[in-house]
Write a protein that binds this ligand. Structure first.
Ligand SMILES: [Zn+2]
Ligand SMILES: [Zn+2]
Length: 220
């Protein structure tokens, strides 16, 4: 039996995915990006007699944190996110602690590692579950595409690094859990994405910007 069970839930009108990650042996669980329909997330937890100790954020765009206040009130959980996103999170939740790149959190008998993957926002974090190998990618990587890099605070060059180096170096059997249901399937594997996803196939900044139809930023 795997150390952790991952339950994916599609919520809201923007095809957002939230996850509940729990340790069946100890009952400890975390929520990822409680956005909409928090009651449905909490029902998954209650049905398994789990208890939520922590809430993990991929980033603090509204469609990923819209239910954070409700979720923290119901669970008393501590919120973990990248330092660059802490200020926004603290407007919504009383207990927010920054997480460092490569910091590994224990969830019951399982491990979840924070991967800082800037580009969509400066503080994007992908959450890498060690067993079963899985990565919650938020708006960095979608099945068959990737998140936007054309808005204030985004950085195409950082996005290429995050996709190629940080996510691209995970084991190919790693299951990808994206932040939105924008692909042909709700999840995929990193190996599938490396072959089929144009965002990962574009391995230079120029190729990536051409794919995303954004100007190539000047070298700084
Ligand atoms: Zn976003
Ligand atoms: Zn989003």
């Amino acid at each position: 039996m795997s150390a952790l069970e991952i339950v994916q839930l599609e919520v809201g009108l923007l095809q957002n995915f939230c996850e509940v990650i729990g340790c069946p042996r100890t009952g400890e669980a975390v929520l990822v990006d409680p956005a909409f329909e928090v009651d449905r997330l909490l029902k998954i937890v209650a049905d398994r007699s789990w208890r939520v100790t922590t809430i993990l954020l991929t980033h603090t765009h509204d469609d990923h944190v819209a239910g954070l206040d409700e979720a923290t009130e119901a669970t008393g959980a501590v919120v973990r996110c990248h330092p660059a996103e802490v200020e926004v999170a603290r407007r919504l939740a009383p207990r927010v602690e920054p997480v460092a790149h490569r910091e590994v959190l224990a969830i019951g008998e399982g491990l979840v590692e924070a991967l800082h993957t800037p580009g969509h926002t400066p503080g994007c974090v992908c959450w890498y579950v060690h067993e079963p190998a899985a990565v919650i990618t938020g708006d960095v990587l979608f099945v068959g595409s990737c998140g936007g890099v054309g808005h204030a605070g985004s950085d195409p060059a950082a996005m290429v690094e995050s996709l190629q180096r940080t996510l691209g170096s995970l084991p190919e059997h790693t299951r990808v859990y994206p932040g939105h249901d924008y692909g042909k399937t709700p999840t995929s594997t990193l190996g599938w994405e490396l072959v089929h996803n144009p965002a990962l196939r574009a391995d230079t900044l120029a190729a990536f910007c051409a794919y995303k139809r954004v100007p190539v930023p000047p070298r700084g």
